[in-house]
Design a protein around this ligand. Structure first.
Ligand code: HSE
Length: 296
């Protein structure tokens, strides 16, 4: 039986102002081996917890792609190595969906185009801001319309460092989305659209000095702060330590700070900050780079 091996990256979405629209792939990857077999076998290669039955997201995704292509999936052997933390706002479910779609397409002999893979991934996830960068790599800004996703991608500068402050508690995206209002004032929508446009331009032109003003947000972060103990303190303190911008990564609860690689002092100062009190002590700093490689 043919075996395929897929690497699917973590991602950080929203970037403050670009709710459900913008994201960046990160160099922290789940590795997934897929092989057709006569039953369902799911193993974790690194001891990370993963559902070992039909509720497994990779299995469901592969099955859906087979059905879409008019093929029956006899059974599947999945071996997962999953270092992306789950329910932390780092795109772990998007990585599973991207791995399942890309892996199924390879097992089937590549019947689907890159655009079809993207459309499928964004439809399954419901919004494109994690799946599109996970699949394409780099910074991606996306629009979904009539079942299609329109994307523009730009490689991210290797001089940028993504400092993920990952807490020891999860936050389900469904809960973080339930905290959002049904409607927002017109002035808040205008506030965000000017900044989201500015953020896309700032990434395309690699102008980190504009990231902070471009990340300003009134659509989701103010409503989610209360769900993430310690977030307000990190937002208040990290810029003084050298962060170019601080935002909630995706739906949270990870808080992301972008710094310049040349700033060697940031990590040490941030580690000291995390020791300051019990609330901040629940966060752990993981330094990541952007991943510019496409997986499809
Ligand atoms: N844009 C999404 C949100 C990311 O903020 O809810 C989580 O998948």
């Amino acid at each position: 039986m043919e075996k395929v091996v897929i690497k699917a990256p973590a991602s950080t979405a929203n970037l403050g102002s670009g709710f459900d629209a913008m994201g960046i792939a990160l160099d922290l990857c789940n590795t997934v081996e897929l092989e057709e077999c006569d039953r369902l076998v799911i193993a974790s290669a690194d001891g990370s917890e993963t559902p070992a039955d039909e509720t497994n997201l990779i299995y469901q995704t592969v099955k859906d792609v087979y059905e879409l292509c008019g093929k029956k999936l006899p059974g599947l052997k999945i071996t997962q190595c999953s270092p992306i933390p789950q329910a932390r706002g780092l795109g772990s479910s998007s990585a599973c969906i991207a791995a399942g779609i890309a892996g199924a397409n390879q097992l089937l002999g590549a019947p689907l185009s890159q655009q079809e893979l993207l459309d499928l991934g964004c439809k399954m996830e419901g919004h494109p801001d994690n799946v599109a960068p996970a699949m394409l790599g780099g910074f991606v800004t996306s629009v979904m319309e009539n079942g299609h996703v329109y994307t523009i991608r730009k490689p991210v500068s290797e001089e940028l460092c993504f400092c993920a402050f990952v807490p020891d508690f999860p936050l389900l995206t469904s809960k973080a989305r339930a905290a959002l209002p049904q409607a927002v004032p017109h002035k808040d929508a205008v506030y965000n659209l000017s900044r989201a446009a500015f953020m896309a331009a700032a990434f395309c032109e690699n102008r980190p000095e504009y990231f902070a003003v471009a990340a300003g947000d009134r659509l989701h972060q103010p409503y989610r702060m209360g769900l993430i103990p310690g977030a307000e303190q990190l937002f208040a303190r990290l810029p003084d330590l050298g962060a170019k911008v601080v935002f909630i990564s995706g739906a949270g609860p990870t808080i992301m700070a972008i710094t310049e690689k040349s700033d060697k002092a940031f990590a040490g100062k941030a580690a000291q900050l995390l020791q300051e009190n019990e609330v901040l002590g629940r966060f752990k700093l993981t330094k990541l780079a952007a991943r510019n490689e496409s997986m499809i």
